[in-house]
Write a protein that binds this ligand. Structure first.
Ligand code: GLU
Length: 468
């Protein structure tokens, strides 16, 4: 199968062993951006040959996470799922056996353990001893479940390749194990399956996390043994915490789904993630759309050093998108799922809090007073040492109670503004705000009136007066 010249095809190949975390989705985003910035295809593949680590439902959640962030794979109708392709991998394993590039190994687990202990005791790197390498065991001689197939790693060869991020890299093949290709459960290992699929899917560029760097020489040898040209390869640096250590749960290594549930906006999270180890030519930091990211993306600007995850920065992006980027209408729609369905969340209510909202999951607490006036003490109605709360509330009530229902909040706000002396704002607006919200900290009384009905506004002011 010949690659169409110039056609860029990348893949993101997660193992469905749980949720998609920040590190994984960052790889996905860079892989996606590489393809899209060059007019290529971005494919998803499910690397699920490790059946012991398989977690039910994680494929669906990985796809949901990608879609939510706008990292949409091009082949979802034709998704490559490795566990469904067992026969294909056996065909190529057989070819490698026939060519003498692989061999059958019947060493027991106990034997392998013992070999390893001896090597460690002798201060040698733990590797397969090579016991079965020249024994010529044939498939006809072994029973299912009692053997593995290993690749015959050439000895004494320097394997070189050019990593698109890290530059020229060399490995000494003598230090590389005879990797298992087919396991005793009949499933291929990641190494065999990835090489076969990267070839059959016509992947032009493999871009993956740094942790796979040491696997690359094995893959390159496999490509060669199978007579295939290897794709271009790049390894992305790790995401680190502020202490430059591996990112942990404590540092914000939550899954994408967790961030979604917390009320982070996908645009904000995506904007934050793309700057983890990449920056554009100019100083731009805010990329509101995926198209604007694609337009600015240059793969060459991905940094070789680890990228530091800064939770404060993520919070800043989220606040910025909530306060300034999304339209009020859009924000209100998205926020609905974060408040009880019986609350009628309006744009006016949203407008009163958006500039102070870190994440949508904080919304419920912040706006609950619109729907249920909390208990509060009469003393709360007094502005500092002043005692004029009652008469001021009465004056406001008198001024606005006869206003027509339609357009009430707008006219009420004008009327109130008309009677509040400019040097006594605190004495008038503080009691009004507390009466309307039941809280010492809340949006301004005008923002609250905008979010309440006429009837409820008047009821709350009356209640405040009764307390005094
Ligand atoms: N299945 C591997 C993973 O979970 C894919 C590595 C690769 O991209 O080759 O990361």
């Amino acid at each position: 199968m010949l690659l169409c010249p110039g056609m860029i095809k990348t893949r993101f190949a997660p193992s469905p062993t749980g949720e998609l975390h920040i590190g994984g989705v960052r790889s996905a985003l860079f892989v996606y951006l590489f393809a899209k910035s060059k007019g290529g295809d971005f494919l998803l593949r499910i690397d699920d040959t490790d059946r012991e680590r398989y977690v039910e439902g994680s494929v669906e959640r990985i796809i949901e996470s990608l879609n939510w962030l706008g990292i949409v794979p091009d082949n979802l109708d034709n998704l490559v799922v490795q566990s469904e392709r067992k026969e294909l991998y056996h065909k190529y394993a057989k070819q490698l056996l026939d060519q003498g590039d692989a061999y059958i190994c019947t060493c027991s687990k106990e034997q392998l353990e013992k070999d390893k202990e001896e090597q460690v005791a002798n201060k040698l790197p733990p590797m397969y001893s090579g016991r079965c390498r020249e024994s010529n065991i044939r498939l006809e001689d072994v029973k299912e479940g009692e053997y593995v197939i290993r690749m015959k790693m050439p000895k004494g060869e320097i394997i070189k390749f050019h990593d698109l991020i890290r530059g020229d890299i060399e490995f000494d093949s003598s230090l590389i194990d005879d990797q298992v290709l087919i396991k005793s459960d009949g499933f291929p290992t990641y190494h065999l399956a990835t090489v076969i699929d990267d070839h059959l899917m016509e992947i032009s560029h493999i871009i993956r996390a740094e942790e796979w760097l040491s696997s690359t020489p094995k893959h390159l040898v496999l490509f060669r043994m199978l007579g295939w040209e290897a794709p271009e390869i790049a390894h992305l640096s790790q995401v680190l915490n502020k202490d430059k250590k591996k990112l942990s749960k404590r540092d914000g290594a939550a899954s994408v789904i967790e961030y979604k549930k917390l009320g982070f906006l996908p645009e904000a999270l995506r904007n934050f993630i793309v700057l983890l180890g990449w920056h554009p030519k100019d100083e731009t930091e805010v990329f509101e759309t995926m198209d604007s990211i694609i337009g600015a993306f240059e793969f060459e600007r991905i940094q070789k050093a680890g990228a530091v995850f800064d939770m404060d920065k993520l919070n800043w992006f989220n606040r910025h998108y909530i306060a300034n980027v999304l339209s009020l209408e859009e924000l209100t729609e998205r926020a609905r799922e974060f408040v009880p369905s019986e609350w009628s969340l309006t744009q006016e209510i949203m407008a009163s809090v958006r500039s102070r909202l870190d994440k949508l999951s904080d919304l419920k607490e912040m706006i609950s007073f619109f729907f249920e006036l909390p208990e509060y003490a009469a003393d709360d109605l007094y502005w500092k040492e002043t005692k004029t709360a009652k008469e001021n509330l009465e004056a406001v009530l008198e001024k606005i109670s006869a206003l027509p229902e339609s357009g009430f909040s707008k006219t009420a706000i004008e009327e109130i503004n008309g009677i509040v002396p400019s040097d006594k704002k605190g004495e008038w607006l503080w009691p009004l705000r507390v009466a309307l919200s039941g809280k010492r900290v809340s949006p301004s009384p005008f923002e609250i009136i905008a979010g309440l009905s006429k009837e409820e506004t008047l009821r709350r002011i009356r209640l405040g007066i009764e307390k005094l």
